[in-house]
Ligand binder design. Structure first.
Ligand SMILES: Nc1nc2c(c(=O)[nH]1)N[C@H]1C(S)=C(S)[C@@H](COP(=O)(O)O)O[C@H]1N2
Ligand SMILES: [Mo]
Length: 388
């Protein structure tokens, strides 16, 4: 069944399932790159490493997975519907996937970063998945503009928010509870690039990323982009679904000291993500041999803003050199940067990268503002390089 002999098969325990057939093997089950790191298996959470995010457009195999509940099974796309309702909806309608595909079709490259990316560096530590730096992706998403659907339904003047509902199941198994139900303010919902997507990188959306339908709101914490979408609600107040309230996906409205307790009333919803960058080549720990020059590259992004410049340093931040920076494929897509580095002599070096957005906001060298849930760590990425 494996296609080649199992060499020591005679020692294999009876009824043993060879690992290649292990149905719980994340990488095989979801076609993920072997270098994806699993942080949790119930629910599935897995991140990329910097060096596998080198592609300008992130392939599905290298896209991080953040689930709050259980992946829905038995999805029948012919029966799938999207219902739009809510206090501020002029009418209520249900659309089949075929109906949605009759609306004008748009494709944008959209950067999605989990609000908790970088959480593992906060001290005192924050509970939750200990993301390092791989909870970010920038794929091509294709679908209908949310705006076109909202115009089809009719939006009342008092509309404030659009909340999403997905078909994933709560960890408790209760059909009456949603693992997560967030959304975006009406202004973000009306933005050109905010999509109800039915394709990713030119194919059906992979199951684990929201097949067959997903809200995609680039530049915002990826928690705003609801997977397995089957209902949207046009609300006359800030949506009050699961993980919208309390401390989830919120940061203190004003900075606090590390470890400080913050009242729910003083926590504000995260909107556009802060400026950040990655060095995707080389992989940290690169050995250069006798060569004293090296081409480095990576990506930079800044939520809803463009990145103005990226610099690198090889002397622990004493001096900075400008990198070449490409424009984004479209608004809300990350930007590719590259540089040619010369090292003066043999030895151990660190390459640090630092992006600045068009408003002049710059990545910090050290972990920024501590917050109770460990969100928005946009500190500079650093890699080790050995010359000679
Ligand atoms: N229905 C549903 N949508 C969801 C989630 C979820 O658990 N269920 N997780 C959210 C969070 S917190 C993140 S960071 C992104 C992750 O998207 P990805 O797994 O496709 O990378 O999906 C968001 N949308
Ligand atoms: Mo997230």
């Amino acid at each position: 069944m494996i296609g080649i002999p199992i060499v020591f098969g005679r020692w294999m325990p009876k009824d043993y399932v060879p690992v290649v057939f292990d149905q719980d093997n994340f990488h095989q089950k979801f076609n993920k790159d072997q270098d994806m790191v699993v942080l949790n298996d119930k629910p599935w959470n897995a991140e990329a490493q910097a060096h596998i995010l080198d592609d300008k457009v992130t392939p599905a195999s290298r896209m991080f997975v953040r689930n709050n509940g259980l992946v829905p099974n038995q999805i029948d796309p012919t029966k799938w519907t999207l219902t739009i309702d809510g206090e501020s909806a002029v009418s209520t309608k249900s659309y089949s996937l075929e109906d949605l595909k009759r609306f004008p079709k748009y494709t944008y490259q959209l950067t999605l970063e989990c609000g908790g990316n970088g959480r593992n560096e906060f001290d005192p530590p924050a509970k939750g998945n200990q993301w390092s730096l791989g909870a970010v992706s920038s794929a091509n998403w294709t679908g209908v503009r949310l705006r076109d659907l909202l115009e089809d339904i009719g939006v009342k003047d008092d509309a404030v928010y659009v909340g999403y509902y997905g078909k994933d199941m709560h960890l408790s198994g209760s059909p009456n509870k949603n693992p997560i139900s967030r959304g975006v303010p009406i202004t973000k919902a009306m933005m050109e690039e905010t999509l109800i997507a039915y394709e990713m990188n030119g194919e059906d959306i992979p199951i684990i990323h929201g097949y067959p339908l997903r809200l995609v709101a680039g530049g915002w914490p990826a928690s705003a982009s609801g997977k397995w979408l089957h209902r949207l609600s046009i609300r006359n107040k800030v949506h009050d679904g699961e993980k919208m309230e309390g401390q989830s996906y919120r940061i203190p409205c004003d900075p606090v000291a590390p470890g400080e307790k913050v009242e729910d009333d003083n926590m504000c919803i995260i909107e556009s993500m802060p400026v950040k960058s990655l060095i995707t080549y080389p992989k940290s720990g690169a050995l250069l041999g006798s060569k004293k020059s090296l081409d480095i590259r990576g990506h930079a992004w800044a939520g809803e803003l463009d990145v103005k410049e990226v610099h690198y340093s090889i002397d622990f931040g004493m001096s900075w050199q400008k990198c070449r920076l490409e424009p984004p494929a479209n608004r809300l897509a990350w930007q590719h940067w590259y540089a040619s580095v010369s090292f003066p002599e043999k030895g151990y070096y660190e390459v640090w990268a630092r992006a600045t957005d068009i408003k002049g906001n710059m990545q910090p060298m050290i972990v920024p503002g501590w917050n109770p849930k460990g969100y928005l760590n946009n500190a500079c990425h650093r890699i080790a390089v050995k010359v000679g």
